[in-house]
Ligand binder design. Structure first.
Ligand code: GLN
Length: 307
């Protein structure tokens, strides 16, 4: 039954692929094949249901912002984190520098580039890249995650806008560490190579209150998970977060590599991969597949019918 719904969601999402295009502002991402679409659902009782291109590796990109926020909340605590970043949707593009210069010293939220770079500034004194890689592997339930060197190089070569954000934060004394090292760590985390399955794993750990469902180990506190999911819901889909909340109604986070990670409270983690993106940078096939699943399975948080 769930398998049939997943296949139907994939078929629905696939119809939209030609309306989008792959990201090419990071040249290496421009090589992605826009016809890929994969969908993976993992449930707390150990079931995995998947359809399409779920084996295909792609880079995490902005979805790493969720992991960085979670690690910072665990390590530094709620008050410290939110003295460095705010919790408000920005309504601007993910890489915008505008409000950071005009409206506030602190980045609007941890799901935009400025916010993630500031969060990484908090993490950098405590965590090396290798520590964060281990954390990502555990929380995504995927030991095969590695750095995609080609994407990392490509990001670094074209990443001056992110460096500019870092320097602006430094000029306001909000970022206190070394700008180039901080942004470099951000590029590495964006360049971790994952699959739709890894994203379903991450979504499931979040849906399960921060506890790994297979080994029972608590990876995140309940408060961390609540905060992360709320910010995914309000800010996770860039400047389409409001529309996504209405249409899909699931906390989600997208990345320009084509991934979307979704977390349905107590019920499932969902990972989608489709590198054809809408004009805001969200996977167009993945977004529509999620909308289909939400409708069919009553996954919207304000849906009064149950699945
Ligand atoms: N590495 C990308 C960037 O900084 C991540 C952005 C994204 O996925 N939206 O531009």
């Amino acid at each position: 039954m769930l398998q049939e719904t997943a296949k139907a969601a994939w078929e629905y999402g696939r119809q939209f692929l030609m309306n989008g295009r792959v990201a090419d502002y990071i040249p290496e991402l421009g090589k992605a094949n826009p016809v890929y679409l994969g969908l993976c659902i993992k449930t707390p009782d150990g079931k995995t249901v998947e359809y399409g291109d779920v084996e295909q590796r792609f880079t995490m990109q902005s979805i790493c912002k969720v992991v960085c926020l979670a690690a910072a909340l665990q390590q530094e605590g709620f008050d410290k984190v939110f003295s460095h970043v705010m919790m408000e949707p920005s309504g601007d593009a993910f890489n915008s520098i505008l409000k950071l210069d005009t409206a506030s010293n602190r980045p609007f939220n941890p799901m935009i580039n400025a916010g993630a770079i500031e969060i990484i500034n908090l993490l950098a004194p405590t965590f090396a890249f290798s520590d964060l890689l281990e954390f990502v592997r555990a929380i995504c339930m995927d030991d095969d995650i590695v750095l995609d060197e080609a994407v990392y190089r490509s990001e670094s070569e074209t990443g001056d806008r992110n460096r500019a954000i870092g320097y602006l934060l430094k000029s306001k004394d909000v970022l206190t560490g070394d700008v180039l090292q901080t942004v470099d760590l951000y590029f590495k985390l964006c360049s971790l190579s994952i699959t739709a399955r890894s994203l379903a794993g991450l979504g499931l750990v979040l849906a399960n209150g921060g506890v790994h469902p297979e080994n029972g180990i608590r990876l995140l506190s309940a408060q961390t998970v609540r905060t992360v999911k709320t910010l995914m819901f309000t800010c996770g889909m860039y400047d389409r977060s409001g529309e996504f909340a209405v249409r899909v109604g699931i906390p989600c986070k997208s990345g320009v590599g084509g991934g979307i990670m979704a977390s349905v409270e107590n019920r499932m983690g969902i990972g989608t991969f489709g590198p054809s993106l809408d004009e805001k940078g969200n996977s167009i096939g993945g977004g529509h597949a999620l909308e289909y699943l939400s409708r069919e399975l009553h996954l919207h948080i304000f849906d009064s019918e149950t699945g």
